[in-house]
Design a protein around this ligand. Structure first.
Ligand code: ZN
Length: 480
């Protein structure tokens, strides 16, 4: 599980296109006078973008901007991947070449509404393959966050791909093949020669490549996990999600898979050569983590860096979900926590979880994952014990998604308040989320009938010799 170093995206889908709205309002007021030009004006009341795949290396982007501009800025770093603005070339504004004044920044001396440029895609590496656009001769992924200038709001997009290729996405095109993209930073398009689609009530799945399992196995694994999270949060996602699966384009022998969930899209890239005893179980384990990101953080409107929660707590909740789905057994649940503990003690504990979240992409250690997951485990135990098994960490998710609970607040404040529902839980939050106290896992575990045995090469989490009835009940509620 500790190689689940993906990237939960902090963005929110369905942001209201304010500019478009106000223009439409004006148009409505003037309708009596200019009804004949209405339709045309409305069609032009937003930025229009055309993306052309001219070769696996080059993407041509042309945009007609809704409002004139003279400065365009491209992201240079994303999810720890650096130098992505270096791929932008031949940038022109109103047909005139414009110089890059700083990395990723193009400045023109006059206002312009037409821009065009080329993006030279790089060969993907295991570190960036799930986060940055790439193409090969057969297929690939276009992620607008690294193809378009920053700050674009709702846009309409036309795409041109090589003959025989199709375009797939969580966004459906209109009758003219135009995509209305409300939040470009969240958009991922899967383009390629032979992408197979399965449309189900809960989600669409798109698969390419040859696999040792049927496409329906992957779709069912994602659906089973989705149903669990609908139950966990009692919250229906605002948009229908899409799951995209393709072969990992870089085979190293050590990287089995890479995944990312952005907006309404779960992207999963796997090495088809990997020997896997139980593909169905493996897919459920991967989706147990990724699919939860569709809710946390993608469907929340919280601000700030609270990665300890949406990564660390997601790892723990995914582990419980995998146990619930019988993708793992109770021993694997304990073994995973023991492995994460060994990882946690292998580096210095110098940051609180909040500080670690602020430095997630620059700090060398996976603190938000390891410590975040172990702290989630402690919260679950404390909440179960204090309530006699009636309340679990899962109930906090339902509260988080109750109306008004998390409207545009600071993520750290909102979630710490939510988690600190009892004195014991409040103490945990103070010591381990805002504070940087060393985790005293063994001290906590003793009262739950569990023992952390650190005497061997690897730590083991085992049942104690004397487990009383209350402890047994608690362990059973976890899946023992
Ligand atoms: Zn994640």
């Amino acid at each position: 599980m500790s190689d689940v170093l993906d990237s939960g995206s902090g963005g929110i889908v369905l942001r209201a296109p304010l500019k478009t709205q106000s223009v439409l309002l004006l148009l409505a007021l003037c309708a009596a006078f200019i009804c004949l030009t209405c339709v045309e004006s409305r069609a032009q009341a937003q930025t229009r973008v055309k993306i052309t795949v001219s070769s696996p290396e080059d993407i041509v982007v042309q945009a007609h901007l809704f409002s004139p501009s003279r400065l365009w800025s491209f992201r240079n770093a994303h999810a720890g991947v650096l130098g992505i603005a270096e791929r932008i070339d031949r940038f022109r504004a109103n047909g005139v070449y414009v110089r890059m004044v700083a990395m990723g920044e193009f400045r023109s001396s006059t206002d312009a509404t037409e821009i065009d440029y080329v993006v030279h895609l790089r060969r993907p590496t295991p570190a960036d393959v799930a986060h940055v656009s790439w193409l090969n001769e057969d297929h690939g992924f276009l992620m607008f966050a690294d193809l378009l200038p920053q700050g674009m709001e709702a846009i309409s997009v036309e795409m041109a791909v090589p003959k025989g290729w199709t375009i797939q996405s969580a966004i459906a095109p209109d009758a003219d093949g135009i995509y209305q993209v409300s939040d470009p930073d969240e958009a991922i398009f899967f383009v390629g020669r032979s992408i197979r689609k399965t449309a189900k009530k809960e989600l669409d799945s798109f698969v390419t490549g040859t696999w040792p399992f049927k496409d329906a196995v992957a779709e069912k694994a994602a659906t089973r996990v989705m149903e669990k999270y609908l139950e966990l949060t009692a919250f229906r996602l605002p948009s229908r999600p899409a799951v995209m699966i393709a072969p990992l384009p870089v085979v190293t022998g050590t990287t089995k898979w890479r995944a990312q969930t952005r907006g309404s899209t779960v992207l999963l890239l796997m090495d088809p050569q990997v020997q896997m005893k139980n593909w169905k179980g493996q897919l459920e384990i991967i989706f147990a983590h990724e699919v939860l990101h569709l809710w946390v953080p993608n469907a929340l409107t919280l601000e700030g860096d609270y990665d300890w929660f949406f990564e660390g707590f997601t790892l723990y909740t995914a582990l419980l979900t995998a146990l619930d789905l019988k993708a793992i057994d109770f021993q694997e649940y304990l073994d995973t926590l023991a492995r994460v503990y060994d990882s946690y003690i292998s580096y210095p504990n110098v940051l609180s979880l909040i500080e670690a979240s602020e430095r997630r992409w620059t700090h060398p250690w996976p603190v938000v994952y390891d410590k975040g997951m172990l702290v989630a485990f402690l919260f679950d135990l404390v909440l179960r014990k204090e309530s006699g098994g009636k309340t679990t960490l899962a109930s906090r998710y339902r509260e988080l998604f109750s109306p008004g609970a998390a409207d545009r607040g600071d993520g750290n404040d909102v979630i710490i308040r939510l988690l600190s529902s009892t004195p014991g839980a409040a103490d945990l939050a103070k010591a381990y989320i805002s504070g940087k106290k060393d985790l005293e896992l063994d001290r906590y575990l003793a009262s739950y009938g569990l023992v952390l045995d650190t005497s061997g090469k690897n730590s083991r989490l085992v049942l104690g010799n004397k487990v009383d009835d209350d402890q047994k009940r608690l362990l059973r509620s976890l899946g023992y």
